[in-house]
Design a protein. Structure first.
Length: 396
């Protein structure tokens, strides 16, 4: 009996397999699949016709399993192109015919976001210009013309729902250009206009900008205003995590400020000691000046290498270029002074005592470390160095 049951089960399974093999693929689904993949390739290549291709798949009938996906991709491309009419229409199609609950929820959220900053079409042209200018600011070489145009857009369209986002972009753009005064003015404007923003994001960003600019007292004052709610009635509650983060950043910034003062004092003291030591070896300050005017052999060797290092940094990574330049120039300067002093000692005494050479090397290392710290701290690279040290270069 067991054998008969096994044979029957095997016959059922074989029949099902044969029946499945006899069913030919649906040609409509196959064609839709091929069309969707072709549209994907066009989109990946940056072909503007990809949007038309996705819409054609979405409009095709009968509806296939690719129809709602095609409309979702069409909405994404249309929004990126600033064509919010087509984006809204595509999202509405996803909601109307979508069979994937997650895809539909995502479409509803995107449609609500578009409605919030385009006013269901009222602000389409302004939003498109906003996105175009912001892309040019952070993707071009000289963004000053675009920053001026963004400022004009805010002035001309004060009721634009994303006006504060424009103010923030202008602030970041000017900060990127190195004009901190103008950047802070825009950060303040965004903070004032953003009192009803969830979490008071713009005000927190003002605090961060003040910290980056080294205006620690002003940053502390803005934190106090956030804590005590010294703003207009109806201001939103500040984001607690964001507030804690800027407080921690302020504490670190104050510690680093004291470290900077100490290092500059130490460098000044070391320089004074070196000048006095050189004067003692050569007999007068005038003679010491003559010695310092002649570069020692160490500098003739190091200076070309430092120049190449600086050139590579500026061509390869502008983020760290200034720090590399300052460290390299500082290292050459320290080698210059160090070499002159050692040569003066050798000339006077015939040799450099081992103890003095070790002390001299230790002092030079301290000076180089101090210069490196100051250069990295000025360009706000200490956190990047710490993160790379802890997690390795692949973390970024």
């Amino acid at each position: 009996m067991i054998v008969r049951a096994a044979v029957a089960l095997l016959a059922i399974v074989c029949g099902a397999v044969i029946a499945h093999a006899d069913v030919a693929p649906d040609p409509v689904e196959v064609a839709a699949d091929a069309a969707f993949r072709a549209a994907q390739q066009r989109a990946a290549a940056g072909d503007p016709a990809a949007l038309d291709a996705y819409e054609a798949i979405g409009n095709g009938r009968p509806i296939t399993r690719w129809t709602d996906d095609a409309w979702a991709e069409a909405a994404r491309l249309a929004e990126r192109a600033g064509d919010y009419v087509r984006a809204r229409r595509a999202l509405e199609q996803v909601i109307a015919i979508g069979t994937d609950d997650q895809l539909v929820r995502r479409a509803r959220g995107t449609l609500a976001r578009l409605a919030a900053f385009t006013g269901d079409g009222r602000w389409d042209a302004v939003a498109k210009e906003h996105e175009r200018l912001v892309t040019a600011v952070f993707g071009g070489d000289d963004p000053r013309a675009e920053l001026v145009a963004l400022a004009a857009l805010v002035d001309e369209q004060p009721a634009y729902p994303r006006a504060n986002a424009v103010r923030g972009a202008i602030a970041r753009g000017w900060e990127q250009e190195g004009d901190r005064a103008v950047a802070l003015r825009w950060y303040r404007a965004a903070a004032v206009a953003g009192v009803t923003e969830p979490g008071r994001r713009s005000h927190l960003e003002l605090v961060r900008a003040l910290l980056r600019a080294g205006e620690l007292d002003a940053a502390e004052a803005e934190i106090g205003r956030l804590v005590h709610g010294e703003q207009v009635a109806g201001a939103m509650v500040v984001d607690g995590a964001g507030l804690a983060a800027v407080r921690a950043q302020l504490a670190i910034a104050r510690q680093r400020a004291w470290v900077r003062r100490g290092l500059w004092a130490a460098i000044g003291a070391l320089l004074l000691v070196v000048v006095l030591a050189l004067r003692r070896e050569v007999g007068s300050l005038v003679a010491a000046g003559r010695r310092l005017a002649r570069p020692p052999i160490e500098v003739l060797f190091l200076a070309p290498l430092a120049g190449v290092l600086i050139l590579v940094a500026y061509r390869g990574n502008p983020l760290v270029a200034r720090a590399v330049r300052d460290i390299a120039v500082g290292g050459v300067a320290i080698a210059w002074i160090s070499g002159v002093l050692l040569e003066a000692v050798r000339t006077r005494h015939g040799r450099v005592p081992v103890r003095r050479a070790l002390i001299h090397a230790g002092v030079a290392l301290v000076a180089v470390a101090a210069m490196a710290y100051l250069a990295l701290d000025r360009d706000r690279l200490l956190d990047l160095v710490d993160e790379t040290w802890r997690g390795g270069p692949g973390m970024r």
